[in-house]
Design a protein around this ligand. Structure first.
Ligand code: NAD
Length: 302
């Protein structure tokens, strides 16, 4: 599915201490663990790898336009960039090529500078898929309720569709977001049954095998749960893509009720694994990324 154009500034395994530059651009991202994960893997491969944060809420970049940030990064020799909130859709205006899944979901969180071209990928899509395969082996997944239809939720929806989910119910506080995602799924995934729902109740919960939270509710700055806890029953599994904190109120509540749960670590780790490969051309060791992520989370909590 992924377009594998070779980055112009890509490192190679034979090229020790090769310089590699990448960056994450977004809003309120100074605490992101992504740079540390990338740089640790780079050190392992003997690269001189610097992964920068470009936070548009900070003094240095406030008021700067996304287009200017991207073109400057390319001129400065970066191999690629991760893109996060609020730019995952806007970035598509400035790219030359998109992978199939980016075309379908209408958002990208990773761009690669390949010679004259800028190519957009979704490692959120591949990251959720791989995380799900790691953590949810053997679970029932015929029908799923997705809560939150923004950038992350869209990647989750298409990943679930690629994993064979037949029926998706989508709830978003902004009904237009849910309806737009349903339209995209119907256009790009033959045979899927996707439906936007305007409220959550026990009847809907009884019709699904699992539930995914892809809203920011549960993050330290948006505490609480997007779902009424009384709607959780032990026969459904619960996945949360929030990873600050890893144990959200939703997961803690679901765990107490006896539900199988999956936190946001898999998506966070595997999107970084895939992005590293896109930027460097080197196949990273996913287990090393996982270990580094756990170490960083433990540091954050200590
Ligand atoms: P976004 O702003 O693009 O989308 C959020 C969506 O949730 C919006 O459509 C919004 O209307 C909806 N929403 C908000 N509150 C709601 C509520 N109470 N009930 C129903 N819908 C509600 O944000 P995003 O980029 O999709 O990120 C969402 C969360 O996912 C963030 O916490 C982000 O950090 C996390 N995320 C994690 C990973 C990972 O690697 N684990 C990757 C991407 C996003």
């Amino acid at each position: 599915m992924q377009v594998m154009n070779k980055p112009s500034n890509q490192a190679t395994a034979d090229n020790k201490r090769l310089k590699l530059r990448a960056a994450l651009v977004g809003s309120g991202i100074m605490a992101s663990l992504t740079p540390a994960m990338h740089e640790a893997e780079g050190r392992y491969h003997g690269l001189d790898y610097k992964y920068e944060i470009i936070d548009i809420t900070g003094d240095q970049y406030r008021g700067k336009k996304l287009a200017d940030i991207i073109f400057k990064a390319r001129n400065d020799g970066l191999a690629g960039m991760n893109i996060t909130h609020p730019f995952k859709s806007e970035v598509l205006k400035y790219v030359d090529e998109v992978s199939d899944n980016v075309r379908a979901l209408g958002a990208s969180n990773a761009i690669v500078f390949t010679g004259e071209k800028i190519v957009a990928h979704s490692t959120d899509f591949s990251g959720y898929m791989r995380g799900f395969e790691r953590d949810m082996k053997g679970c029932n997944k015929t029908g799923i309720l997705l809560v939150g239809a923004g950038g992350g939720g869209s990647a989750v929806a298409f990943a679930l569709a690629s994993l064979g989910v037949e029926r998706l119910l989508i709830y978003d506080i902004d009904q237009g977001h849910a309806e737009a995602l349903v339209a995209r799924l119907e256009e790009h995934v033959p045979g899927i049954s996707a439906k936007a729902v305007s409220r959550l109740d026990a009847k809907i919960m009884a019709s699904v095998d699992g539930l995914v939270n892809a809203t920011p509710v549960g993050m330290a700055r948006y505490p609480g749960m997007a779902i009424d806890p009384d709607l959780l029953t032990p026969d459904i599994w619960v996945s949360d893509i929030v990873y600050f904190p890893l144990e959200t109120k939703l997961l803690a509540t679901a765990r107490k009720k006896g539900c199988r749960v999956m936190n946001g670590s898999g998506m966070a780790v595997y999107q970084a694994v895939h992005s590293f490969e896109l930027f460097s051309g080197i196949r990273p060791d996913a287990a090393r990324f996982e270990a580094e992520f756990e170490r960083l989370i433990a540091d954050t909590n200590s």
